[in-house]
Write a new protein. Sequence first.
Length: 571
Amino acid sequence: MAYYQRTFPPPPDSSLSETTSRRRTRGTELFFSLLLFIAFSFYFSSTLSGTDLRFLPAKRPHARNLISNVMKDDFQEVTRLSRHVSSVQDSAKYQSVSVLLPDWEVLVLLSPETSLDSVEGFYCLFWNSQTSPARFSGVLPFTERTAFKCAMPNGARRPPLWQPILTKYPVKENPAKERELLRMKKLAYESISTEDDVVLFVKGVNARSRSRSPQPQDFMCVFGDAVKIPVTSCTQEVFRCSHPDLTAFTSGTDQPIKMSLQIMHQVQNRTLPSVAYYRPRQSHAQEPKSEICVCTMVYNVAKFVKEWVIYHTKIGVEKFILYDNGSEDDLQNVVNELNGDGYNVTTLLWIWPKTQEAGFSHNAIHAKHSCKWMLYIDVDEFVYSPSWHDSGPSKHLLKALIPQLHSIGQVSIRCLDFGPSGQKSHPIEGVTQGYNCQRWDVSQQRHKSMVLLEAIDDSLGNVVHHFRLKNTFQWRELSMSSALVNHYKYQAWSEFKTKFRRRVSAYVADWRDATNPNSKDRTPGLGFEPIKPQGWEFEFCNFTDDRLKLLTQRWFGQLTPNGGYKMAWQR
């Protein structure tokens, strides 16, 4: 390629002819015209390629002050810029790992050592040069890794699926196909340490086979690249092993250590993909334990939390622990408001889909130093006793339901399901006021449990409704005359249809999955799509049950001039 060569004029000379002067002037005009043409061409080409100059890094002054640099460095600099203007600069890339979630959503996790000044303005750049905005999802509480989510464009959904680049500059280029996208279906995703061992959570491994259940000797915990320690127990998604010797790692305890699971096989051992990191057990400040806490997993339920927290605090719950499954509503603002009013509510980002049982196993370890008993219920479930109508609210009501025997490690309470009760939208007075039509079907009734955390078996096995206990503890089920759980399960269609978006339990089929149609977890009359059945408002109703409605009116209601009630959770 022939480059333009600049010809410098001789020094000024008064003896030059007028013709020579005019030629010089025309040459100068042509030179600057050419420079302007080059600048305009550069801008025009970047516009066509989808690149906006304002997105270029600030540390590239030649991109921000194009014309002055062209005048300084001529065609060679312009040519160099035009070749690389659409490249993702190293300074614009953020080291990350990506996991494919349901519904073609991609979870992007920054490396543990990466820190950000801002979480706004990020994009996912996919292998075919398509981009989508990266939404900030939060910071994982145990490894302090920043998480983003982005939708995978249709054009990038052809296998093999490649991990996107996280960038602030959505330029149009084809990034390198370096790493395949990780899949949540088979992944080591979280860990937590106890004083004695490490608990690793792994998806898609511990399923029961036709021949036998997986045994601890089938697996090894892998720390870093080479340190392997035998697994001591394995149940569901929970694998336990001893702590590694930290002297084997050059980084010591300053940096988190990558952790995974190796499947031992007669032919070839296989280590699973992982986004989990090991940290030694952190010391806990000595503080009084809360007698009764509540744990639940939540997703986009902010409008229900206030009523649920205020009610259960009045009957004896001291602390609420919400495992946030990636909510995109106003949850954190509601929690901040409750804490500002003196309630004790904690949220933990637990972003992993279909892992409710694993989340509860994690909670059994995480909360053991701060809670004695843990009540596992959802935000549409309210513990209630018919005997409370004879008294006012008291912080001792829940504790009184626990038999005063040291051998009791778990107390279960039967659930009553409630239907839409004629509601067409969320009742502003709250679920306890809006839903009073009970469904009576013994075959569909479930139970929820209060568990003594120290009584939980080391396997941490649970089915959401109850835990496996150590051999020295017993399990007691309360009579329905002693206590109930009002489960406002079938709400107004506008609320109920959101359940099609996500089912958090690993062992409950998704609504859209056309398998196991006779499961108790499926709603009679519903297909596999969020299509409202005719007469939904009056379904699942056998008789009116106003007991908790009247109780909450007396405890929390203020009579209004029109004869209704304004409840304490209404603002």
